[in-house]
Design a protein around this ligand. Structure first.
Ligand code: GLU
Length: 550
């Protein structure tokens, strides 16, 4: 029996060869400098900020030079698959407007691209052809170690402080003859397929990671499993080789945790004689916790999950901007020079990533977001608020829709000017800042009048103002002059300087008067421009509010 016979025994129905697949998925014809990147999540968890950072980098690197960004569903671990994870990934990509150029969505039967299937569980035949090839070449073999045997090998290696894995003398089935292997298979013995490693742990090879720079690793000498016996799908390492080769990925952007797998991947690509893609191992995302800095955690930190940003209602470009800022050390400088450029115009340089970790900071995101929102037109903010609240605050959504124009004017207070206000970082904060403009929300209120004024003082100011001075049509100067006039009339000083010099001569100042009015109509001591607030509220609302204060 030859290795070819053994390979046919294991994969009787696999007739296509590696060469056939090479021809089916030729090198891509792309413009000079174009990169092919992919987001390759396992649907075993919900998308977190680390995945998101990789995706943003995938997207930016592909878009800059007319390349391809594709999505590959790495669903080889069906036991750990979480329902809805794939749909959520798709949703996030859509939400952030980073739709892949090539993809396959099983739920809607949609697919695009010539390099699919893009779902690993649908690629079994392709993997088997590659595994078959290795068996024929004598570079992979069926291994009959039982779970108990492997456990005991691991125990003894741990005890003796040896490297963990099936290599050297532990790889006791690597030299079975095809006849011996076939006999066991025919007897129904369970097996996995392992790589017959040709590496020598005592030899080193050089490898360049685009983030970590030049690195040196010992060669892999472990006979890693390449096919899972449970579902006959490939292990991650083998799927990485086959998929990133056949899909013609040029840049693999993935988490730091994969750096230690480089020797295995190096050997796999070498075994097939394939060119390795370039690697960008993205740093861990860190956060400040008291005076410590630690890895961001899905369990401890709500902001580690992508759901957080949508629930809070952060604008998508602010979140991307915050990620770009920590992903590339010269991004902020570029942004200063190109304030209006789209982030995909940035030339992402993996060298400018931090090896030790990227520090993510919600305050920074808030700042970016406040700035971003402050530059939008009121109508744009309205539309975004409408979309967000439809999903996360239905009641408020109904309210802003009922008063669409009014809400837009409220959102426009001190906006569309040279130095616009920067009141909110997310859509969930808006209601808390403009609630008092809506009678529907102006219930069970508590007023923050300055305790130095009696109820009579307060009532006097409010009633005098609205009965004698208030006129909806007044322009700002007229309004302000009236405030001064009324102040004098009621015994408050209209000139602040004078008031500071002789405070005892007055009940208070014009500032006190306007604050009584401010609190009277909003309950708050601090608001944006009172003149505009009064103008927008209009006489009906104001009259009702004043009449309720006793
Ligand atoms: N499926 C792997 C993961 O989710 C992908 C790693 C990679 O991008 O190669 O961790």
């Amino acid at each position: 029996m030859t290795t070819k016979d053994l390979a046919d025994l294991i994969f009787p129905n696999i007739t296509k060869t590696v060469a056939d697949y090479e021809a089916m998925y030729p090198e891509r014809e792309l413009p000079e400098g174009a990169k092919v990147t992919r987001f390759a999540p396992s649907p075993t968890g919900f998308m977190h900020i680390g995945n998101f950072m990789s995706t943003v980098i995938d997207y930016v690197m592909a878009k800059k030079n007319g390349g391809v960004f594709y999505l590959r569903n790495e669903d080889t671990d069906s036991a750990r698959e979480i329902e809805g994870a794939v749909e959520y990934i798709r949703h996030v990509l859509q939400h952030y407007d980073m739709n892949p150029d090539e993809y396959e969505y099983r739920d809607t039967n949609e697919t695009k691209g010539n390099y699919g299937p893009y779902i690993q569980s649908e690629r079994k035949d392709i993997y088997h052809a590659f595994i078959k090839h290795l068996i024929i070449e004598g570079k992979a073999y069926p291994c009959f170690l039982t779970q108990e045997e492997m456990d005991s090998i691991r125990e003894s290696q741990t005890r003796d402080k040896r490297r963990i894995g099936i290599y050297g003398r532990y790889a006791k089935y690597r030299n079975l003859t095809p006849d011996e292997a076939a006999e066991r298979i025919n007897n129904g013995e369970k097996y996995t397929i392992r790589l017959k490693s040709q590496g020598d742990f005592n030899k080193k090879f050089k490898f360049t990671d685009l983030v970590n720079g030049d690195m040196e690793f010992p060669e892999n000498d472990i006979d890693i499993p390449i096919m899972k016996s449970s579902n006959l799908l490939p292990t991650y390492h083998f799927a990485h080789l086959v998929d990133d080769h056949l899909m013609r990925t040029t840049y693999v952007i993935r988490g730091q945790e994969w750096v230690s797998s480089v020797p295995v991947h190096y050997e796999l690509f070498k075994t097939f004689g394939f060119k390795m893609p370039k690697y960008v191992h993205t740093p861990l995302i860190l956060k400040k916790d008291g005076d410590k800095i630690r890895k961001i955690s899905k369990r401890l930190d709500p902001e580690a999950r992508m759901t957080y940003y949508e629930e809070k209602g952060y604008p998508i470009l602010a979140v991307i901007e915050a990620i770009m800022t920590i992903a590339n050390s010269n991004y902020e400088e570029w942004r200063d020079k190109h304030p209006d450029a789209h982030f995909t115009e940035f030339e992402f340089s993996p060298k400018k990533m931090s090896v030790s970790g990227a520090l993510f900071d919600l305050d920074k995101l808030d700042n970016i977001s406040k700035n971003y929102l402050s530059k939008l037109k009121a109508t744009e903010v309205y539309d975004l608020l409408d979309t967000w609240s439809k999903e996360y605050d239905k009641e408020f959504n109904e309210l802003i829709n009922k008063y669409k124009e009014y809400t837009t004017s409220v959102l426009n207070i001190e906006r569309e000017q040279k130095k616009p206000r920067k009141d909110y970082a997310s859509f969930s904060e808006i209601k808390g800042q403009i609630w008092y403009m809506f009678d529907e929300l102006f219930t069970d209120v508590e007023y923050n009048f300055d305790p130095k004024f009696s109820n009579d003082d307060i009532n006097e100011v409010l009633t005098t103002y609205f009965n004698e001075y208030y006129n909806e049509e007044d322009d700002k100067d007229t309004w302000f002059n009236k405030m001064k006039e009324m102040s004098e009339k009621l015994g408050y000083c209209s000139n602040m300087k004078e008031y500071k010099e002789n405070p005892d001569n007055y009940k208070g100042s014009v500032a006190d008067v306007s604050n009584i009015i401010r609190v009277g109509v909003t309950t708050l001591t601090q608001t944006p421009d009172l003149y505009i607030i009064l103008k927008l509220l209009g006489s009906e609302r104001i009259k009702t509010r004043i009449s309720k204060i006793k």
